[in-house]
Design a protein around this ligand. Structure first.
Ligand code: NAD
Length: 328
């Protein structure tokens, strides 16, 4: 492909991705599958890699998420809430491992492996142990204040076991049984069915009336710390254990591994048994455990270099919804 053809294709991809970002992040009503979206994004990443002179700062490959909705108060995150680089097969995971080791210059890297919950990324702020503010990821720097809606999630502690000032990050989601129940009720009442639990969770948390979120039986897993005053932890695995002692719900399926080959075995096992879970996952997240190594690796504008999201293959997808009107 020559430069001119690449430019035309890049413009087309940017336009499509911008349209689907709007439908997904702002409308909570995507019209293509995540796998189709990921293919568009991968093609754009590849073309920008081959023609770096065509890379612009407004490219979706350089940005996180969508715009915050104007009718919510805006919240500035204490540190950016980034996206994650993707791995689509085990070779991508091995490449990630090689890049990490090249960068940190040593061969003992431990990895934490977590389920990638398919919901809405949120940030929770506690002052002296009390829940004071919750926000969406938004564009990564500025999110929407959805405190009142988050307070309706029963598993979200309103008070911690210690009087800590802390900002934690996690994924709010709708468990499968709650999703099935809500669609059964809607079917009985002749209402349009919801497309998938992710969109209902995201749509419910971005409603102006908290009663609506309260009726939706949402849940939350916490998986990271944005900022923490007065406690010293050296690794991601310790941080997750500490979040648990504070009273947060942390996914129990997480595991710490000493090699990428063990990570790959874990990833392959979950690829086969993901449907057994009572909530939806779209992959697994692999993170360098040591905070010192994470700091050395740093981040790009869009994602940390110390983590990667392994996405399940397309044939696992069940997103065909013909003859059903879909709404949130
Ligand atoms: P991402 O989904 O690839 O990964 C980042 C997100 O993973 C985080 O923000 C967090 O919300 C989530 N996550 C879940 N469990 C986690 C854990 N244990 N640790 C860390 N993070 C965890 O990136 P993204 O920027 O949120 O979204 C991009 C993805 O969204 C696309 O790859 C696609 O799947 C989907 N999307 C789909 C459409 C569509 O039209 N179908 C449009 C836009 C985006």
């Amino acid at each position: 492909m020559d430069l001119q053809a690449a430019q035309i294709r890049i413009e087309q991809l940017k336009e499509w991705i911008a349209k689907h970002d709007f439908l997904y992040y702002v409308k909570d009503n995507p019209q293509i599958s995540d796998q189709e979206y990921d293919q568009l994004m991968q093609e754009l990443i590849q073309l920008e890699g081959n023609f770096p002179e065509l890379l612009t700062v407004d490219s979706p490959t350089q940005r996180v998420g969508g715009e915050p909705l104007p009718f919510f108060e805006k919240v500035e995150h204490s540190s950016p809430m980034l996206s994650l680089g993707n791995a689509f097969n085990v070779d991508d995971l091995r490449d990630f491992d090689r890049r990490v080791k090249q960068h940190v210059g040593e061969h003992s890297v431990k990895y934490v492996c977590e389920l990638k919950i398919d919901g809405l990324a949120v940030s929770l702020r506690y002052e002296a142990g009390m829940f004071v503010q919750g926000a969406t990821r938004g564009d990564g720097s500025i999110g929407e204040d959805i405190t009142l809606n988050l307070r309706t999630i029963r598993s979200l502690p309103l008070k911690l076991t210690e009087p800590r000032t802390i900002e934690v990050r996690g994924e709010a989601f709708m468990p499968k049984p709650a999703f099935e129940k809500i669609n059964r009720l809607r079917a009985e009442q002749g209402e349009a069915l919801f497309a998938n639990p992710r969109n209902v969770a995201a749509g419910s948390l971005r409603q102006l009336d908290p009663k609506l979120a309260a009726a939706r039986e949402l849940d939350i897993f916490l998986y990271g710390v944005g900022s923490l005053e007065g406690e010293h932890v050296d690794s991601h695995s310790e941080a997750l254990d500490y979040l648990e002692t504070l009273g947060f719900k942390v996914n129990p399926k997480r595991r710490l591994f000493a090699s990428m080959e063990e990570v790959i075995e874990f990833v392959e096992a979950w690829t086969l048994k993901r449907s057994e879970l009572p909530y939806e996952i779209d992959g697994l997240v692999v993170k360098v455990d040591s905070f010192a190594q994470q700091q050395e690796l740093g981040s790009t504008a869009r994602s940390p270099r110390w983590a990667v999201a392994y996405k399940f293959p397309a044939e696992e997808a069940v997103t065909v919804l013909e003859d059903i009107e879909v709404s949130v």
